[in-house]
Structures are given as C-alpha cells and as structure tokens.
Design a protein around this ligand. Structure first.
Ligand code: 5GP
Ligand code: MN
Length: 389
C-alpha cells in the first residue's frame, strides 16, 4: 500500500528542471517512489534508492554486533548539524557499549558548547597526538555532514591512510566514493534527520535518550533555519515531534543557540549590514567583512553565523553572499544563499572551489577581498536571466 506524503520540492540541474510533485514513502521498504512532472509537462514515476538499503543496514548491524573502536568526524568549522549529528551518534554508540570518540578537525562556535557530550569532543588541531592515536586505532570511522575528504582540512591525510571501515552519513550533493557504506541523501533537511533514520533503521528508536534527542533536534533546527527552508518536509516535522516526545528541550535549544549574543557580535552585525551592497539588476545582495573590521569588533569563531541570510530578507533579492577575510589562512571565506531555483551549489563549485546545497553553499578565494568582489560581480552578467525569473 502506498502511503502518500504531501510535499513539493523543485530539483534543478544545468540541463532540465523537474518538479517533484508527490513523494510516496512505502512502509517497510528502502526505496521511495517519486511522481515527477518533466519540463515538457509529461508525468513520470521514478524510484529513488537514496535511503539506506537492507543490505547496508545488515552490514552495519553486523559490524556493530562486535566491539569496535569507533571514531566520528564532522567537517571543518563544524556547524550545529555537524556537532549535533556527531554527538547524537556518539551517545547512541556509547550507550550500546562501543568505544567511541568524536574528533573535530578544529574548534567550533561557543553557541554549540552546551550540547550534551560536547566536553568529550577532541580537537584535532589542539589535541593532535591523542586524536591521531584514536584515528590510527579505529576499526570504524563515521564521517558526518560532509562527503569528500577535502572538507576536513589537516585531518585529510590521517583519514586517507586509514584502513578502517568508513561509513558516510550526509546530505550534500556529489559524494565522492571513499566510504564502504554510504547513506547519502540530498533530499534530507540535515544529517541529524538522517541520524534519526539511521537509529530507526537499526531498530533502536527506543534507545533515543533525551540527550540524543537534544542533539538531533538542534542540528535539524540550525540546518533548516528553524524549520523554514524548503528542505523541511512533513517527515522532518514528524521526526521533530518524536524528538520532543523523547525529551528534547526545544525552547532550551532555541535560547542557547540564538539568544546568547554578545554586544560585540551585534555591533559586528551592524557593520556587516552597513557594508551590504545591493545589485538590483541581479536581485543580489552581498556583504563584505575585512579582517580589520573583524578585529575591531573582537571577532570570535561563529560570530558571523547567519549574517548572510539578511540579504535574502530584502524583498525581491534571491541571491545573497557574504565575503569574510581570513588573513591567518590567507583566504576569503564565502557563503552563498539563494531563494528559488538558482543553484548556489553549482555556482560555488564552478567558481569558488566550494559546494553545498542548491540554496546554501560555501566556497573560498585566494585573491584579495577587493579582487574577489570584482571577480564575483563580473560573473553575474552570465546569470542575469536566472536571477530575474
Ligand atoms: P556555510 O555557508 O554555512 O559555511 O555553508 C553552507 C553549506 O555549504 C553547508 O552545507 C556547508 O557544509 C557547505 N559548504 C560550506 N563551505 C564549503 C566548501 O568550502 N566546500 C563545500 N564542498 N561545501 C561547503
Ligand atoms: Mn548539514
């Protein structure tokens, strides 16, 4: 029997636009049936095997039925989804008796340092020898919220040389094939939603404790812009409802993530908003922050999180960008956001050595801030039509 789920998504790639009109989840199976309207208005049904299949689930079950030495890795500069998913999985595996360590490639923002278990995360930059030892000993390495090893900075070589079994759980586009077991699904709101599914696939949803629920809730909340992005589905809300029933403290998560500003962060936001440039012809708004400005406002890691989204709050703007100078790394870190069909993933991938999702992506440039802006603006001409739908 088909269980009809009501949500509508738009997929775009460079060749054609498909409208996914209906998605049917089929209970107790590992595939999804999708009704698609093609650009020529013909209707077709396709099957997507994006969810974990039974063979993979059985392989994971078999691995986890033995004692293992497990390392869990989020991407560099981890966000709420990366920290939430790694900690949720850490709690779950630890509670089943496994030896397990989360190793972050580098530090992460203060507004995430309340999440249950965060004090046990090893920082590869700061606790390098201990972290390397854990990686060398590992029999299983989970990589969460990223899909190619270039996203973990200095940790890349330690993982590339490793003989452990790699398990990838991720929702970004274009995964590379370093993992023996891959649960990769770009239709997912967040890696945290996938961790909920993963635990459910293993038949262990009754093992979701309030701590696990807090971690998963927080990652879904941050990756969906508090449940408003188009990746938020009815299923996302079902998962979130289950998490609250299992003890997630939703109000606490919102307060601790969003309501812990410092005066200097708000002043930095003021500076960013003053610097915003609006390019009406391209429905584009961009923000710049120089190293000097960051220093003036006592920049701390995570302080610019969410700034890029302000561009999209302007009526008519469908493409928002922030360029942040990082003198220590000699780069300009860039975040891209869009509303609608314009794929910032493709844009970031093509011009700024980055990637991500259709409506949220990141990248970098190794030329100066002003040269980066000139280059960026010169690219827009080719996208004028797409940006004026
Ligand atoms: P943010 O702009 O918040 O840093 O990232 C937005 C999305 O793009 C996130 O899903 C993030 O994982 C991804 N992303 C950010 N920077 C990069 C990058 O340099 N390369 C790739 N492939 N993805 C990135
Ligand atoms: Mn994510």
């Amino acid at each position: 029997m088909l269980l009809k789920t009501v949500f509508y998504v738009r997929f775009t790639d460079s060749r054609l636009t498909l409208i996914v009109e209906e998605v049917f989840f089929i209970p107790n199976s590992w595939f999804t049936l999708v009704k698609i309207i093609f650009y020529d208005e013909s209707i077709r049904y396709i099957t997507i095997f994006a969810r974990m299949n039974l063979e993979q689930i059985n392989a994971v079950k078999k691995l986890l039925s033995q004692p293992q030495k497990i390392v869990i890795v989020p991407h560099k500069n981890p966000d709420g989804d990366a920290i939430g998913s790694t900690l949720a999985l850490w709690h779950y595996l630890k509670n089943t008796g496994q030896e397990v360590t989360v190793i972050s490639p580098n530090d992460y923002p203060k507004f995430l340092k309340w999440m249950p278990g965060h004090e046990h995360i090893l920082n590869f930059e700061k606790e390098n020898s201990q972290a390397k030892e854990k990686i060398e000993e590992a029999t299983i390495i989970f990589t969460l919220d990223f899909n190619h090893l270039g996203r973990i900075g200095q940790m890349q070589s330690s993982l590339e040389e490793n003989n452990a079994t790699f398990i990838m759980i991720d929702h970004h586009q274009a995964p590379s094939d370093y993992a023996q077991i891959m649960y990769s699904d770009v239709s997912m709101s967040s890696t945290c939603e996938m961790i909920y599914n993963f635990i459910e696939y293993l038949g262990d949803d009754d093992k979701i404790t309030p701590e696990i629920a807090d971690c998963i809730y927080t990652g879904i909340m941050t990756d969906t812009g508090s449940f408003k992005y188009s990746s938020t589905t009815s299923r996302t809300h079902i998962v979130v409802a289950a998490l609250i029933a299992k003890g997630a403290d939703n109000t606490k998560a919102h307060n601790l993530v969003y309501d812990t500003n410092t005066p200097s962060r708000l002043h930095l936001l003021g500076c960013a908003l003053k610097n915003m440039v609006i390019l009406e012809d391209y429905n584009t708004a961009y923000i710049t922050l120089s190293q000097e400005e960051l220093d003036t406002y006592n920049y701390q890691k995570g302080n610019t999180e969410g700034f890029v989204n302000y561009g999209l709050t302007l009526s008519g703007i469908c493409f928002a960008v922030i360029f942040i100078e990082n003198r220590e790394e000699g780069i300009i870190k860039i975040s891209f956001r869009s509303e609608g069909d314009f794929s910032v993933n493709e844009f970031a991938r093509k011009y700024f050595n980055g990637g991500g999702h259709t409506n949220a992506a990141g990248g970098r440039s190794e030329i100066s801030l002003s040269e980066t802006i000139d280059y960026f603006v010169s690219l827009l001409q080719d996208y004028k039509e797409q940006l004026n739908p």
